[in-house]
Design a protein. Structure first.
Length: 213
């Protein structure tokens, strides 16, 4: 075990457990899905729940449901009457997601929408207290500009994977690597956006927390 592995194990031993449902989802993802490392995971899941405890959002938008691991974690942290609208463009994920949503005691706080968020968001007609972005990295800037007007002043936008395995720091990126290019452009846009306060946390693959002034 490397020092980093030992530290990660120590952290997980000293935070809240992820629970049986999320542990089962995690195992299932590693057996059935091609990219199981894309799920939020135990540590980030507990952090997302804690953010919901602190921010106490009544309306949350998630762009990129994937397995619904992060969705379920955020739902745990929401008060009664609060709601997450989660949008997933790949409807082939529905058979995987649905059983876990149905088993969750927080399922009444979750609304799943299948399709492109650009088409779905106008019809929701909501103002959001918190937005969590974890979808196509090439479109992060577009997602940001799309949702910004729908976030209340004082609200938060969380963007995942903003370190992108360290690729954003590399001097030379192949022209074909549009995902790295998208994340790098997003990071620069947030850095230079005077409408917000921001902090990048080196958690897993990078999590940027953005506060709308």
């Amino acid at each position: 075990m490397t020092p980093d592995d030992a530290e990660a194990a120590y952290i997980l031993e000293h935070i809240d457990e992820e629970g049986e449902l999320l542990a089962a989802l995690n195992r299932d993802a590693h057996v059935k899905l091609l990219r199981p490392r894309m799920i939020a995971g135990h540590l980030q899941g507990r952090l997302l729940k804690m953010y919901c405890r602190m921010i106490r959002p009544q309306r949350v938008l998630e762009i990129g449901t994937y397995t619904a691991y992060a969705t379920l974690c955020m739902a745990e942290g929401l008060t009664d009457g609060a709601l997450i609208h989660t949008v997933e463009i790949n409807d082939e994920m529905e058979p995987f997601i649905r059983p876990y949503l149905e088993q969750s005691p927080h399922r009444q706080k979750i609304r799943v929408h299948w399709g492109d968020v650009a088409d779905i968001l106008p019809a929701l007609n909501e103002t959001f207290d918190m937005v969590y972005i974890d979808a196509d990295k090439r479109a992060y800037c577009a997602y940001y500009e799309l949702v910004f007007p729908c976030v209340r002043p004082g609200g938060f936008i969380l963007a995942d994977n903003t370190l992108w395995s360290g690729k954003v720091m590399e001097k030379h990126t192949p022209p074909s690597d549009m995902q790295t290019k998208g994340i790098r452009e997003f990071n620069e846009r947030i850095r230079n956006d005077s409408r917000v306060e921001k902090v990048m946390i080196p958690l897993r693959d990078g999590l940027t927390v953005i506060h709308k002034l």
